[in-house]
Design a protein around this ligand. Structure first.
Ligand SMILES: *Cc1c(COP(=O)(O)O)cnc(C)c1O
Length: 504
């Protein structure tokens, strides 16, 4: 719904007020001079409660979210977050626990953290888990700090190179560089795996480790992961696992068993704690015993029936204030407990099944980047045989008109015109069929009249935006003239130009 409404600043009228306070029953006193503003509140809108409520409610309804529709954003795992998590996180003993309250008053919270460490360790095969990092990228940063500390303790300060396949998530090379490592890129072979010959040529006495996103950003499980790990270990390096895509292999593969030494989990992806605009993340990390002494603390330990925080012996230090994003930990614990071991395995089976369902339904029209069974996501190309002039961006924008959040586009960058689709296991067949219908209809539209795609979206509150400009030169304050000018340029919906939502 996109009813036209002037911006809130233009609804302002002098004397309009949204509050209704009782008459003062104490003597009125003047505020001290130093607390008063010098300038006038010019241009500050004066509005009724109705107007303010409608303004904010309308804005909230423009926000596409997983609670209103399918969100097939590849690599982001935008799955549905069960509402029972919110109830759990709001239990007063958790929600109101003070981070500095004594351990004997926090036994429940500590028990939850201890158990979550154990579940994550069990799922991955690792010996120890730290719940500190606040996001996947921070988990990666932590892991590379740990690798560095490990090599230093062994007198191998020269190990300063981190290998990253070109199919890695962008955060892998970025975090390695932040730690001060030199990033060495490794090529991908024809089946979307790490190119073993290229890898062999790049390993050596300066290798600190390799960061492998597995399944990788092509949505593929590396068929040679064990060989990759053996080669890296033989060269004296460590294996970092980017576990953001753990969603695809829960209960099926333990990353440690295929050769990883350290890994981060994205609780806000795999374990359904909210993310994006929905809240803070959590990038817990797990590792083998040899690295556990370097983990960021505190970590919860259990002695007898008592839970307490401990700092690992040679810890790289804290990476987050207090105890990590505790509310996220409550949600992840709840998710794991409500599903159980069998349920978690089913999550991954269905995530993979759904992605392959879309792959098979779409690949006749949208060429697939690598023609093999995919994991939880599939990478297609917006290169249409019948409409070579169509661009992935046009297809993505047209999907908005059909009511779908577009998939990830132009990532991974190694695939031209890439469209990366991750339906997740929480989408129904019916929704996926509607998505397929929309994608196929868009391909037909592209062949018949490319301007339909070029002009899209036509049903959104705004049309095509200058996305780079919006990121680089954001206009954060309301300016009436600028607003009107932009609205003209972007065909911001007005009462006279309300195109109809297409049907299919
Ligand atoms: C999302 C993601 C990350 C980064 O996680 P954040 O929590 O966003 O920092 C890293 N690697 C992969 C493969 C991802 O999908």
């Amino acid at each position: 719904m996109n009813t036209y409404e002037p911006p809130i600043f233009e609804l302002s009228g002098p004397g309009k007020i949204g509050a209704n306070l009782p008459a003062l029953d104490v003597p009125e006193t003047a505020l001290p001079q130093e607390l008063l503003r010098d300038d006038d509140l010019a241009d500050f809108p004066e509005l009724s409660e109705t107007e303010v409520t409608r303004h904010f409610t309308r804005i909230s309804q423009r926000n596409y979210c997983i609670d209103t529709g399918m969100y097939p954003l590849g690599s982001c795992t935008m799955k549905y977050n069960p509402k029972v998590h919110e109830d759990a996180a709001r239990i007063p003993g958790f929600a109101q626990a003070h981070p500095l309250q004594d351990a004997d008053l926090s036994q429940g919270a500590l028990q939850l953290m201890y158990e979550l460490q154990g579940y994550l360790a069990e799922l991955s095969g690792f010996d120890q888990v730290s719940l500190q990092p606040a996001a996947g990228a921070q988990g990666e940063f932590t892991g590379i700090l740990v690798f560095r500390a490990y090599h230093h303790d062994r007198g191998e300060e020269d190990r300063v190179e981190i290998l990253c396949p070109d199919s890695a998530h962008g955060t892998n090379p970025a975090t390695a560089a932040m730690v001060g490592m030199r990033v060495v890129e490794v090529k991908t072979d024809r089946r979307g795996n790490v190119d073993l010959d290229d890898l062999k040529g790049k390993l050596g006495p300066r290798t600190a480790g390799l960061m492998l996103t597995n399944p990788n950003t092509l949505g593929l499980f590396d068929e040679h992961v064990r060989q990759v790990a053996e080669l890296v270990h033989a060269a004296g390096g460590l294996m970092y696992g980017d576990g953001a895509n753990f969603n695809a292999i829960l209960g099926i593969v333990k990353p440690r068993d295929v050769g990883f030494d350290f890994m981060h989990y994205n609780l806000h992806k795999t374990f359904t704690t909210p993310h994006g605009g929905g809240g803070p993340g959590s990038g817990a990390v797990g590792c083998i015993n040899e690295l556990a002494q370097y983990l960021p603390g505190p970590i919860v330990a259990k002695t007898g029936e008592e839970y307490a925080f401990e700092q690992p012996e040679r810890s790289v230090g804290r990476v987050k204030s207090f105890w990590g994003n505790f509310g996220m930990l409550v949600r992840a614990w709840t998710y794991i407990r409500t599903l159980g071991a069998a349920g978690l395995k089913e999550v991954s089976e269905n995530a993979v099944l759904n992605a392959n369902y879309l792959r098979v339904k779409l690949q006749q029209v949208y060429p697939v980047a690598y023609d093999r069974t995919c994991m939880h996501e599939v990478v297609l190309k917006g290169q249409l045989k019948e409409a070579p002039q169509a661009k992935t961006l046009d297809i993505a924008k047209r999907l908005i008109d059909y009511g779908f959040h577009p998939p990830t586009v132009y990532f991974p960058i190694s695939v031209p015109e890439s469209i990366m689709i991750e339906p997740t296991e929480t989408e129904t067949k019916r929704n996926m069929d509607a998505f397929v219908d929309a994608m196929l209809k868009i391909a037909r539209e592209a062949a018949e009249d490319i301007s339909i795609l070029r002009n899209a979206p036509t049903t959104a509150p705004v049309r095509r935006l200058d996305e780079v400009g919006a990121a680089r030169r954001p206009i954060l304050r309301y300016n009436r003239d600028k607003f009107r000018e932009l609205r003209k340029e972007s065909h911001h919906a007005t009462p006279d130009d309300q195109p109809e939502r297409p049907t299919y």
